[in-house]
Design a protein around this ligand. Structure first.
Ligand code: PEP
Ligand code: MG
Length: 566
């Protein structure tokens, strides 16, 4: 068994087709007729643009629009004036087309590969792909055609380039193994779009695995099993069938409303970290966004995003969601979320320290900038504002007062925004859950953040393995906090949601339904699964289970009991 990165779910069983790297060697030579060499270069570029256009169309059919756009990105690179112009200059200086184009591409590959940003490193893979394509054409080398691979083929290659992927026939390729590429690489995106199990970054895969070798690819666990035994084959055939059955079962929930067994309706929304994630919400059939963690807009950069940058980000998410709810949480930094340029002091107890709403209320201009950007974006969708880490009602009042001030300023400036924008809070501290009755009177909604609420209630740090046994949302103490928060919200007539990880926990779902939760906010890929879990429960059945679970005294008892009910 060889470990790699699990990049696309599912089990593939088949025979390896090793895509060896075509040797694209050439001997640099001086040219005496640069004009005709430039013509030869242009003609190769045109041929590759035509091939790539065909590949993009094929990908649009097999994988989808987004994947086709990756190929179309190659066309833009091929036509890039800097890359083309500098290559021509080198040819004019006497280099042959192969040498000139290679050295230009290598320069860009070097620049992109050294960047920290995954997207930029991905650009390097794109340039490598077009460099190989152009050299192949210039040198007249024939390419191995993936499209001719027979049924039951597992592709093995150093790097799965979009141009290789374009040739994949979905019914024939049952698995993909590569030596490079992470979860977010184009290879992974393409494999997932084609729904082909894939394990990437398998060390030395192209030398330890052989052409025609029998292999199992477990894209969910990230393992490859060469020459499987009879028992392994049986085990994985069963696993594959179960995976396919579960998947088909989940697909039945696509496009449906989220309803309990008694027809009660719930909202099933998603947690996102950047505006483009809103596309995933649509792709996975989410009904909106229950938590936009805006701190990610502040990370991986060297200064605070401006009001315009933030406005563009919030507006983008709102436009993608086309009127579906979008709950934007104001900046939640500190604790485990560090932003170096903000100069947060090292603290003895960062989780208990100067963070989230506390930091924002003391850094007024920063907070006002974010709130103004959110208010302006509220003209473009169903945007709601949510404050993190509330512990007392004064914080909520102060935050709301700033919003009121900003509303007046925007009105004077004639800028449109939603005057009725709902302002709610995260209930994620023991203090907030305890005074949920007080907070409910002044909040438009609650969203329970079990990730923090569990830690604060159990007084345990989720990163500390010595106390990890305490960190569970099924602890009787945490369940009482959750129950109380929901009850206070229901009594005050405000909606209560949950955006912590526990919202997708099948064991907790009947309890949440019984307590009166109406909104579940989960990661986009969990949407169909959670919709299926919810569909199992009527309020009456959920009440029965909740009553029993709440009478138990230990986490172990609660967890074991709930396991028997789901
Ligand atoms: C939570 O605490 O449950 C939550 C959703 O917030 P975060 O995970 O961003 O702290
Ligand atoms: Mg939190």
């Amino acid at each position: 068994m060889i470990k790699g990165t699990a990049a696309s779910d599912g089990i593939g069983i088949g025979k390896i087709l090793l895509l060896e790297e075509t040797v694209l060697e050439f001997t640099p030579h001086a040219v005496d007729d640069p004009a005709s060499e430039i013509k030869r270069f242009h003609s190769a570029v045109n041929t590759l643009v035509e091939e790539t256009t065909r590949d993009a169309a094929a990908l649009r059919e097999t994988a989808g629009e987004k994947e086709a756009l990756i190929m179309e990105g190659h066309i833009s690179l091929l036509n890039d004036p800097a890359l083309k112009g500098e290559t021509e200059n080198l040819i004019k200086a006497g280099q042959c087309a192969e040498e000139a184009y290679s050295s230009m591409c290598d320069m860009f590959i070097g620049i992109f590969s050294s960047m920290d940003d995954e997207m930029m490193r991905q650009r390097a893979a794109d340039v490598r792909d077009i460099k190989a394509g152009l050299l192949r054409i210039l040198l007249g080398v024939k390419q191995t055609k993936v499209s001719d691979a027979p049924k039951g083929t597992v592709l093995l290659t150093k790097e799965l380039t979009p141009s290789v992927t374009a040739g994949i026939k979905k019914g024939n390729i049952v698995g993909i193994i590569t030596e490079t590429g992470g979860k977010t690489s184009h290879s992974a995106i393409l494999a997932r779009a084609l729904e082909i199990p894939a394990v990437l970054s398998v060390p030395n895969a192209t030398s330890v695995l052989k052409n025609d070798q029998a292999v199992i690819v477990d894209g969910s666990a990230g393992v490859v099993i060469p020459d499987p035994s009879f028992d392994e084959l049986n085990e994985y055939t069963e696993k594959r069938e179960k995976f396919l059955r579960d998947k088909a079962e989940l697909e039945k929930f696509r496009g449906l409303k989220t309803k309990g067994a008694d027809g009660a309706e719930y909202e099933l929304v998603c947690n996102i970290g950047k505006p483009s994630d809103a596309e995933k919400v649509i792709e996975f059939d989410g009904e909106g966004v229950g938590l936009f963690r805006t701190e990610f807009l502040f990370m991986d950069r060297s200064s605070v995003p401006t009001e315009e940058e933030q406005f563009a980000a919030y507006q983008k998410a709102a436009l993608i969601l086309k009127g579906k709810p979008l709950i934007i949480r104001t900046l939640d930094i500190g604790g485990d979320k560090e932003i170096p340029y903000m100069g947060l002091e090292k603290e003895e107890n960062p989780f208990m320290g100067f963070r989230a709403i506390r930091y924002c209320l003391k850094n007024r201009e920063l907070f006002r900038t974010q709130l103004r950007a959110i208010l302006r974006a509220s003209a473009f969708g169903d945007i709601r504002i949510m404050f993190p880490l509330i512990t007392c009602v004064e914080e909520l009042r102060e935050g709301k007062a700033i919003i009121e001030e900003l509303k007046k300023e925007l009105t004077l400036l004639g800028i449109t925004f939603n005057k009725e924008i709902p302002v709610g809070i995260m209930v994620e501290t023991a203090a907030a859950a305890t005074i949920a009755d007080v907070l409910a009177k002044e909040s438009a909604f609650f969203s329970i953040g079990t990730n923090d609420l569990t830690g604060y209630t159990m007084s345990c740090d989720r990163g500390n393995s010595n106390v990890a046994y305490l960190y569970s949302a099924l602890q009787p103490a945490v369940l009482r906090m959750i129950e109380r928060t929901i009850r206070c919200g229901v009594e005050a007539g405000i909606p209560v949601g949950m955006c912590g990880e526990a919202a997708a926990n099948p064991k907790l779902i009947p309890l949440l339904i019984s307590f009166g939760l109406t909104e579940f906010s989960v990661s986009a890929p969990s949407v169909l699964r959670v919709r299926k879990y919810i569909a199992k429960w009527s309020k009456a059945e959920a009440d029965r289970v909740a009553k029993k679970a709440m009478s138990l005294t230990t986490e172990q008892e609660v967890s074991s009991y709930l396991a028997t009910e789901i």
